[in-house]
Design a binder for this molecule. Structure first.
Ligand code: NAD
Ligand code: DAU
Length: 340
């Protein structure tokens, strides 16, 4: 089988490439990535020599180039991880989110139609459901929860999801969609909460907590997400959406305190800063459908996953130090410089 993985130089796509090449050594993985600020070839260094792995530096919005790759590689399956993924950046500059996340999805699906691909899988997010109130811990997102987005990022992901379902209904394209909660683990870009807090704590820098730090996210170890996608692609029902998450809700402030404790750093590093605009309060996934239909359950407990993640950042300082020493410094100054 030949699988096209877009966005494979990013966090989840990179973990997926490693996971798949190890689990299915007979399958070919063809990675397409534009290498935006979020894409890192060092994430793929360990697989570049694998004869079953091929890398194309290509924009998923480039219709001609995408069709050429499909023509050459003749994929059986396409899994689309490629996206602009950071909510804060989408608030600053929405346009590229609409281009990549919606129009890029369209280009990939058009190529799937043209070349008769067996499965198109869209990697989506729980953010398409909007948020839940903090005082209703009994409420969870199911696949029937209405789409109700808050940020340009989540709106672009929701737009793509609707387009994917429309391509299924209108053209019969064999699609599936997964909507996952917050991931954490190796190769997570340091603009996101967990790696940002680990990197800042290790550098004895202030840890910028938005608002009061009471927002809740439902954290899933990235390898559990990779396993869910693999299952959905192989055994999921065409035309269906599957929520992925593991009932692991934590307040931001509690995550930050866990990281500080693990690293032996003082809580005095915590700095409360201006809240994110339109900040979603709580995400919480009900994974009943994927558990019942496909037998998926998260395997990594948060207490173990966060320890493994911190150990990875300690052992792979070069990976993230290279990132935060470059253009990222301008981003950090713009986002956090005078944020009070
Ligand atoms: P990321 O930002 O770490 O990586 C995105 C990758 O896509 C990068 O390698 C980037 O270079 C590439 N890319 C961006 N625009 C591209 C384009 N036009 N053409 C080709 N490649 C392009 O993102 P991530 O956190 O790994 O997220 C992957 C996917 O999973 C996204 O679709 C995201 O919406 C979704 N998701 C993420 C999370 C999470 O917690 N990180 C949770 C649920 C869903
Ligand atoms: O729920 C899935 C989504 O999770 C994915 O679709 C997104 O691609 C991914 O980026 C993530 O979105 P979040 O906005 O939840 O993740 P982020 O790491 O940016 O922020 C997590 C929480 O931490 C959020 O409530 C904002 C807060 N935060 C974040 C940063 C970067 C802070 O308090 N301080 C920070 O510096």
């Amino acid at each position: 089988m030949t699988i096209i993985v877009t966005g494979g130089a990013g966090f989840i796509g990179g973990n997926f490439v490693h996971y798949m090449l190890k689990k299915y050594p007979q399958d070919r993985i063809v990675c397409i990535d534009k290498l935006t600020y979020a894409g890192n070839m060092s994430t793929l260094a360990g697989v570049m020599d694998n004869e079953n792995f091929k890398f194309y530096k290509t924009d998923i919005c480039d219709r001609v180039a995408i069709c050429e790759i499909f023509e050459t590689e003749k994929p059986d399956v396409v899994i689309n991880f490629a996206a602009e993924s950071h909510v804060d950046r989408s608030i600053e500059n929405p346009e590229v989110f609409l281009q990549t996340n919606i129009l890029g999805t369209q280009v990939l699906m058009d190529a799937c139609r043209k070349y008769g691909i067996g499965r198109y899988h869209q990697v989506s997010t729980d953010e398409v459901y909007g948020d839940l109130p903090l005082d209703r811990p009994d409420l969870f997102f199911t696949e029937e929860t209405p789409i109700h987005t808050s940020s340009p990022y989540s709106s672009s992901k929701a737009g793509a999801d609707l387009l994917v379902l429309a391509y299924h209904r209108t053209y019969g394209l064999p699609v599936t969609i997964s909507r996952c909660s917050n991931n954490y683990g190796p190769y997570h870009f340091p603009e996101k909460l967990i790696p940002l807090m680990i990197a800042n704590a290790l550098n004895d820098k202030a840890l910028p907590v938005y608002g009061e730090g009471l927002n809740v996210r439902d954290w899933l170890y990235v390898e559990d997400h990779c396993k869910a996608i693999d299952l959905i692609v192989r055994k999921g029902r065409v035309g269906e959406v599957y929520n992925v998450g593991g009932h692991n809700e934590k307040r931001n402030i509690d995550i930050v305190k866990i990281i500080l404790k693990e690293l032996g750093k003082p809580e005095s590093l915590i700095t409360y800063v201006a809240d994110r605009k339109g900040h979603d309060m709580r995400y919480a996934i009900d994974p009943t459908k994927i558990s019942r239909e496909l037998g998926w359950l998260p395997e990594t407990k948060f207490e173990d996953g966060i320890k493994k993640t911190i150990a990875w950042y300690l052992e792979n300082r070069e990976w993230w130090e290279n990132i935060i020493s470059g253009e990222y410094q301008n981003y950090y100054e713009k986002m956090y410089g005078d944020r009070k």
